[in-house]
Design a protein around this ligand. Structure first.
Ligand code: IMP
Ligand code: MG
Length: 199
């Protein structure tokens, strides 16, 4: 039986989990994204990443390793920090962003790249970007593994100067590769879209 063949319980409803992006498709895209990012930041001369926990843990780790492998000179000077935000309850965006833990290092004058798992409505990212801009980083960009263009509710200018996106996807709720439903399914190596089960 393949992973999640029996479906996934979302509250009291059983949902169908369809593989949207396989592990190898994700790995290949993370590598090509890393190459793109490495070229840009080699020119800037430095890279300071901010990983938004928990969702982007796997993406951040794979991406940073691939950047350092692609451009060892950049890899040697790369620095990183984390911030823990929570904005989601169940499968709908709450629109409110709660900070569970903050950054440990100032970003003033640094070339900062925020690593996100997914841009859904974009509200979480716009709140974070506004807060980071106050510190006046040398540049501020975002790399997000996934983006749901149909659900975007904020202006693109609120989402930093430059955005690197792994995959644009539809509006469905997704799980796997860091993305959870109520704390579950983060450690699946593929990404699955949830939809209602038809009998
Ligand atoms: P936004 O503020 O609506 O853009 O939502 C941002 C956060 O909600 C993301 O960083 C995720 O943690 C979570 N999120 C949004 N869509 C999904 C999804 O399809 N699956 C799991 N988490 C999601
Ligand atoms: Mg997130």
């Amino acid at each position: 039986m393949a992973v999640l063949d029996g479906g996934v319980m979302v509250g009291k409803t059983k949902m169908l989990a369809r593989e949207l992006l396989s592990a190898s498709v994700i790995q290949d895209r993370v590598k090509s994204l890393a190459a793109e990012i490495a070229t840009v930041y080699l020119q800037k001369g430095e890279l300071h990443t901010i990983t938004v926990l928990n969702g982007s843990l796997h993406f951040s780790s794979a991406l940073r390793l691939a950047i350092a492998e692609k451009q060892p000179a950049l890899g040697e000077s790369m620095t990183s920090d984390t911030i823990h935000l929570a904005s989601y309850h169940g499968t709908g965006s709450s629109g409110r962003v709660r900070k569970i833990s903050d950054l440990n290092h100032p970003i003033t004058g640094k070339h900062v790249l925020v690593l996100e798992d997914i841009i859904d409505t974009g509200k979480t990212l716009s709140v974070l970007v506004a807060e980071l801009r106050i510190q006046q980083p040398a540049s501020l960009a975002v790399a997000s593994l996934l983006r749901k263009p149909e659900k975007l509710m904020v202006d693109k200018s609120e989402l930093s100067e430059e955005i690197f996106v792994g995959f644009d996807i539809g509006p469905e709720f997704v799980i796997g590769y860091g993305l959870d439903y109520d704390g579950l399914y983060r450690d699946l190596s593929a990404i699955y879209a949830l939809s209602p089960m038809t009998k």
